[in-house]
Write a protein that binds this ligand. Structure first.
Ligand code: SF4
Length: 308
């Protein structure tokens, strides 16, 4: 296969934990935890070893990385996800500092509910991107989706706007991304007021992926209608229908294994052996990764393209 130039960082998504304060009905953060392993992030030495192994393997100038046959990239970003990564608020500053020291660029995706002024001030300066997940600015819709804690408390639009402002104040170079999962309960909604207030640098619009459950799934045309109704935001929007999301991410689970999603012929995740046990070469060889689909995600902006 000929090599495709990606003048962007290769993104390694580390899902730190399955735990979350919300309980979205479509949530994909469910991993096989036979043997009840602990979240690897809780061990400083192990997470340091994992970060180093990942960085050494995927850094752009490692000629032994098998992806070099198919892609060229010019940096490496560690994206922390969950579950809710902010549940590890104590560990995060040290983890982010470790990642920066090893040589990663860093980002995080959070539902924002437990972000305080104090945690924003500690974390934002260590990030290049802050991702906030937001599906609706209607509180009842969020509750029905499950974007609420055990007491039914949701994150309101004014709170999200405050978080974005505080994060930009704490780090003027920080870029803000919103992630929206389009599903049966929000595909008719307009997020324009929230987009105008937050003015994100990027807005990722994903069709709910039936990898763990079919709950709240929508058709291609319903997804397209949501995208079309937000045409005014095409310059910041990246769109991911289900096919674009399958086997196109490099993802680690909370226990330090690569995993990959698949919808057909069988829903669910495939796993590698733990990277620190098997070695990263062997572990990466055990999962599927579709470099063409990965590349096509970088060209998936709505018509007329835009910043990414
Ligand atoms: S906020 Fe994210 S991790 Fe938490 S339940 Fe919802 S989809 Fe899952």
């Amino acid at each position: 296969m000929s090599s495709t130039n990606v003048h962007l960082p290769l993104v390694i998504n580390w899902h730190l934990t399955e735990a979350c304060n919300f309980h979205c009905r479509y949530c994909y953060a469910k991993w096989d935890r036979s043997g009840s392993p602990r979240d690897l992030v809780r061990s400083g030495p192990k997470r340091g070893a994992l970060l180093k192994a990942i960085h050494d393997y995927f850094r752009p100038d490692n000629p032994c990385n098998p992806l070099h046959d198919q892609l060229t990239w010019d940096g490496l970003r560690l994206n922390l996800a969950g579950g809710e990564p902010l549940l590890y608020q104590q560990e995060l500053p040290e983890l982010l500092a470790q990642a920066l020291q090893v040589g990663f660029d860093t980002s995080i995706i959070t539902n924002g509910h437990v972000l305080s002024e104090t945690s924003i001030a500690r974390i934002a300066p260590l990030l290049s991107w802050l991702g906030l997940s937001v599906d609706s600015h209607n509180e009842d819709t969020n509750r029905i989706i499950g974007r609420a804690d055990a007491r039914g408390r949701v994150i309101t639009s004014p709170n999200l706007i405050r978080i974005a402002k505080a994060a930009r104040n704490a780090n003027p170079n920080l870029r803000i991304k919103l992630n929206t999962v389009v599903n049966r309960l929000n595909y008719r909604e307009s997020l324009a007021p929230l987009l105008d207030s937050i003015a994100p640098d990027k807005w990722k619009v994903l069709r709910v992926l039936p990898v763990v459950t079919d709950d709240l799934s929508i058709s291609h045309s319903q997804f397209e209608s949501f995208v079309a109704s937000h045409y005014a935001y095409r310059t910041i929007m990246t769109v991911e229908d289900n096919s674009a999301m399958t086997e196109s991410y490099i993802m680690l689970d909370p226990f330090g294994r690569f995993f990959q999603n698949s919808v057909a012929p069988k829903q669910g995740y495939q796993y590698s052996d733990p990277i620190l046990d098997a070695g990263i070469d062997q572990a990466f060889d055990q999962i599927k990764f579709n470099a063409i689909r990965f590349q096509s995600r970088y060209g998936s902006q709505a018509p007329t393209g835009g910043a990414r």
